[in-house]
Design a protein around this ligand. Structure first.
Ligand code: PAN
Ligand code: ZN
Length: 187
């Protein structure tokens, strides 16, 4: 028997709102928390996204999970997005299950290879280790997804904050388009 035996539990998850019950840890990210992330600086502040996390010990034998609720909107021509990160422990993988809304999952390796996947309800996307990941809301409704990741994965935000992703997702007037990031590794 392990020293600390966890009790099994169920959390109730609302697929439209992304809310968890009971008792999630909630982290709100506002546009004002994201200076330098968009090609243009946001003219006004707003809530960009919330992360609702089920708390379990952050160890390699546990699975952490959370819902993210990413608002619709744009900064200039760029769709609202999460900050994006590598895992601090680089090889830790993750699954994103899209629950509602429409978006893109943007990923990149440290050598600058980029990959994007559609996020549509029911899509379970696999993010292998060593891929930085960011979600982008390309629709008119909140993008809601459930993420499951290895407990000790951790977050390296600094690399993306400094370098960005190789691509950005913009509205070209007809819809979302993935284009080269003019500021990638240049700012
Ligand atoms: C997700 C993300 C969540 C918010 O739970 O943490 O969508 O994105 P940022 O952490 O990039 O702000 C995840 O990938 N966890 O590992
Ligand atoms: Zn992650």
């Amino acid at each position: 028997m392990p020293e600390e035996l966890l009790q099994p539990f169920t959390v109730q998850l609302d697929f439209t709102s992304g809310l968890l019950a009971p008792d999630p840890v909630v982290l709100d990210r506002r546009l004002s928390d994201m200076q330098g992330y968009f090609l243009e600086e946001p003219a006004a502040d707003a809530l960009a996204y919330s992360v609702h996390e089920i708390h379990v010990p952050k160890t390699s034998n546990n699975l952490l999970s959370s819902t993210t609720v990413l608002a619709p909107g744009k900064v200039g021509n760029e769709f609202f997005m999460t900050k994006g990160h590598f895992h601090a422990v680089r090889d830790r993988a993750e699954i994103y299950l899209t629950l509602s809304g429409q978006g893109l999952l943007v990923m990149a390796t440290e050598d600058g290879t980029a990959k994007t996947l559609d996020m549509t309800p029911g899509g379970a996307s696999y993010v292998p280790g060593h891929w930085a990941h960011r979600s982008v809301n390309t629709g008119d409704e909140p993008l809601v997804f459930y993420a499951v990741y290895i407990g000790d994965a951790g977050y390296d935000y600094a690399t993306i904050a400094d370098e960005g992703f190789p691509v950005v997702v913009v509205d070209n007037g007809q819809g979302p388009e993935v284009v080269e990031n003019p500021r990638y590794r240049r700012s």
